[in-house]
Design a protein around this ligand. Structure first.
Ligand code: PRP
Ligand code: MG
Length: 181
């Protein structure tokens, strides 16, 4: 309850469900990268919560780095324009990289980021996303770790915003119609 949570009309994933699922993904990642150097790259700003919880679920050393990109430079998603607002601090040459985001919608952001990071000579580049909307996909994106596929509905919470609000919700859900009006 509280002033933030009451705007949700339906909770899709609770904090506990999210943490449990991230624990499963972390176990897969631990297995897949056993004995290998690993950098996880969070996509600012939505991925902050997933990065924090996934990294802490990993029982191994991992470097955490960040990128900020503006996907929709000219206002529309379909423009295909992606600009780097903040680049990696790390040199990923020869290293294993997992890009972490909280949602894949059209796929533009992660399709572009994967090829951008892939051109820097890493040992490998894979994607981990908490949510994916298969119906909204416009670009092919090869995702190795996915929490859940969801319908093409607008969701908020756990890093996902509506006009910069609701990112700090612990759960993920859909907004009540009165919020939009
Ligand atoms: C959102 C989300 C993903 C991206 C997914 O970020 O966090 O990064 O869009 O959409 P796509 O698959 O259609 O590219 P956004 O660019 O809105 O910025 P934010 O992370 O700061 O909220
Ligand atoms: Mg984002």
């Amino acid at each position: 309850s509280g002033a933030v949570e009451k705007d949700l009309v339906e909770v899709l994933f609770t904090e506990k469900q999210i943490l449990d699922r991230l624990g499963e993904l972390a176990a897969e990642i631990e297995r897949d990268y056993e004995g290998k150097d690993l950098v996880i790259v969070g996509v600012l700003r939505g991925a902050v919560m997933v990065m924090a919880d996934l990294a802490r679920a990993l029982g191994r050393h991992v470097e955490m780095d960040w990128m900020a990109v503006s996907s929709y430079g000219s206002g529309t998603k379909s423009s295909g324009v992606v600009r780097i607002l903040k680049d990696l601090d790390a040199d990923i040459t020869g290293r294993h990289v997992v890009i972490v985001d909280e949602i894949i919608d059209t796929g533009l952001t992660l399709s572009w980021l994967t090829s951008n990071l892939g051109s820097r000579g890493p040992a490998s580049v894979e994607i981990c996303t908490l949510l994916r909307k298969p119906e909204a996909l416009q670009m092919p994106v090869d995702v190795k770790y996915v929490g859940w596929d969801i319908p093409n509905e607008f969701v908020v919470g756990y890093g996902l915003d509506y006009r910069e609000r609701y990112r700090n919700l612990r759960d993920i859900g859909t907004l009540a119609p009165h919020v939009y009006s």
